[in-house]
Design a protein. Structure first.
Length: 286
């Protein structure tokens, strides 16, 4: 059975039927040019699309899957230096080819930064892992520079990309995923030469700053959690601040993981937490 037919069979199940009813074109989004990243073949794009939704179906019980795809789930809320912020999870609607799910940073209830990702099969990103979280979008929302600057200062100088990456680590821990990959600038779906400097800063410089190297396919591949640079490489006078920032990011990851675990427990889904795409009924694999 080819991937197209398997996609059709999968989307006859449960909540997926509602998605198709509201957006019949949804099934074909993986055929959009530069879906997820530039350079993916049609076979790879379809494999990523199918793998992502099989994984969600395997791990998230119906009510939680419906909320994830049709609404917004708040994973963490906090107040720091009179700055209210929250991290939410939702289906990516606005930029449909740049990732299937989005983690959003909200300040004063307004979304100011987005990290979009998809659960892809490891072979697509040159990994031996069964599942990899592919980060395909890291972007601030236009018009909220002051809020981004304010929340960064309030949260121990942890910038929104690093904050949402920590949240992604929490999502991965809850679903038992051990690796993530980030697209380089020139493979980002909407990359243009005119804005190359902005893309390089948002993607290549960010991932390189984490100590990650880009592989031959233009991806930054890392374990979850990623390995921090040794403190011995940090300049004197910055080590204490670095420890505080790392501790805060760990707190965010743990809070997000705990929130998702509570969501799963609330619908008595604990047995599904160790699920994998292989647990989908055989009819989808034949």
């Amino acid at each position: 059975m080819g991937p197209a037919f398997r996609i059709l069979r999968l989307f006859k199940l449960g909540v997926f039927k509602d998605l198709l009813h509201n957006n019949p074109r949804f099934l074909f989004k993986c055929l959009i040019r530069n879906y997820l990243a530039q350079g993916l073949s049609v076979t790879q794009s379809m494999a990523c699309f199918l793998h992502h939704y099989k994984r969600l179906h395997a791990n998230l019980p119906g009510p939680l899957l419906r909320r994830t795809l049709c609404s917004t789930i708040t994973l963490h809320e906090g107040m720091q230096d009179d700055t209210p912020y929250s991290i939410t999870l939702c289906f990516s609607r606005e930029f449909e080819k740049e990732g299937e799910l989005s983690l959003n940073l909200l300040v004063d209830a307004a979304p100011v930064f987005v990290l979009s990702f998809t659960i892809v099969p490891g072979w697509v990103v040159q990994s031996k892992a069964a599942d990899v979280l592919l980060i395909s979008r890291l972007q601030g929302v236009h018009g909220y520079f002051n809020q981004i600057r304010r929340v960064t200062k309030a949260l121990h100088d942890v910038g929104p990309p690093a904050l949402l990456l920590a949240a992604l680590h929490g999502f991965a821990a809850a679903l038992g995923i051990d690796e993530f990959a980030g697209v380089c600038a020139i493979r980002q779906s909407s990359y243009t030469e005119e804005l190359s400097g902005l893309y390089i800063g948002a993607y290549d410089d960010f991932f390189s700053g984490l100590g990650l190297d880009m592989n031959d396919s233009g991806l930054f591949l890392s374990s979850i959690p990623h390995r921090d640079k040794p403190l011995s490489s940090i300049k004197q006078g910055h080590k204490l601040r670095t420890k505080e920032k790392r501790a805060f990011k760990r707190q965010i990851a743990q809070a997000v993981c705990h929130a998702l675990q509570q969501e799963l427990a609330a619908v008595d889904a604990a047995p599904l937490m160790a699920g994998s795409p292989d647990r989908i009924p055989d009819v989808l694999e034949s």
